[in-house]
Design a protein around this ligand. Structure first.
Ligand code: NDP
Length: 285
């Protein structure tokens, strides 16, 4: 069997076009475009690249984008002060604090300082708590994008056995919550899970967010299973590899996300979805 490829680039284009229309409508209601502010401390090249990508995506769909760039030696007070100012500004709908922060800064403190209604990364504990309770809130972009890939490809989750490999707050845990909300029966695996292959071979859906290239091979996947690979690992030559060994998995799975071109492009466009929802819900309060 050769798996169907779940094309993230095509879906990202579709989502961007939808966001463009929604933003134009919302701008009429608000009297301004929805606006995102990214707070970046220092000039880490990977962070700067990501922030530039976000800026371009916002600009391409008519959202307002602004970067607050703090020097690498900014203090926690400097960071909290800018976050508090952004919280209080009516015309700011979304705040994203670019991670990782330099080591001398307190990441948890920075996340807690963000108004959870403007937390478009969905990382604030209030949003994580709402998700854990199955209530509406802001969902982290990466797992939200994974679910969108499944949904738009007509993959039914109700009653299915699903496994998530990885339990980070930003990908694994929220993905497990979203699968649960979609009525899947969910197992969460991590570095202490014995015989990962035995667990995964029982599952109809396997989602992987570990950060270890090629960890999951075709032999660990049930024939016909759906495989969502969040892994984004940079090889020595600069190319990207997933956590799933694509060559062996594609021969066994029913459908699979490639890396690159799978979950990655969708993640960035889900940020727009969160920005639109944040702006809408603040406007209707
Ligand atoms: P973390 O390092 O925060 O979490 C990794 C998880 O993998 C941990 O829960 C860890 O278990 C688990 N793990 C480690 N080794 C094994 C193993 N041998 N078997 C089973 N589980 C294992 O990573 P993130 O969640 O932040 O990122 C995961 C991957 O997703 C990375 O490649 C990252 O680049 C990518 N990513 C992709 C995004 C996208 O848009 N596609 C966005 C964000 C991240 P334990 O908890 O026990 O330590």
């Amino acid at each position: 069997m050769t798996a169907t490829i779940l094309d993230g680039r095509a879906l990202a284009q579709e989502l961007k076009a939808e966001a463009h229309t929604q933003i134009a409508t919302l701008a009429e209601t608000l009297g301004r475009a929805p606006s995102l502010v990214v707070v970046q401390v220092g000039n880490d090249p990977a962070s700067s690249r990501y922030v530039r990508t976000i800026g371009k995506i916002c600009n391409s769909v008519g959202a307002t984008f602004h970067l607050e760039l703090l020097p690498v030696d900014a203090t926690q007070d400097d960071l909290l002060s800018i976050i508090r100012t952004l919280n209080s500004e009516q015309a700011v709908d979304g705040i994203l604090v670019q991670m990782p922060l330099p080591g001398h800064l307190d990441t948890t403190g920075a996340i807690l300082a963000i108004d959870y209604q403007k937390d478009i990364d969905g990382v604030h504990p209030v949003n994580a708590g709402l998700l854990a309770q199955g209530r509406p809130g802001i969902v982290p972009n990466t797992p939200a994008g994974g679910m969108e890939l499944l949904r738009r490809n007509g993959i039914v989750l109700r009653g299915k056995r699903a496994a998530v490999v990885g339990r980070s707050a930003i990908v694994g845990r929220p993905m497990a919550q979203l699968l649960l909300q979609a009525d899947a029966t969910v197992t969460i695996c991590h570095s202490r899970t014995p015989d990962l292959g035995a667990v995964l071979r029982e599952c109809d859906v396997v989602c992987v967010a570990v950060g270890k290239p090629g960890l999951i091979t075709g032999a660990m996947i049930r024939p016909g299973a759906i495989v969502v690979d969040f892994g984004t690992n940079v090889r020595a030559d600069g190319s990207l590899a997933g956590d799933v060994d694509f060559a062996s998995a594609v021969e066994v799975a029913g459908a699979i996300t490639p890396v690159p071109g799978g979950t990655g492009p969708v993640t960035n466009t889900m940020l727009l979805h969160n920005l639109i929802e944040a702006a809408r819900s603040r406007a209707t309060r």
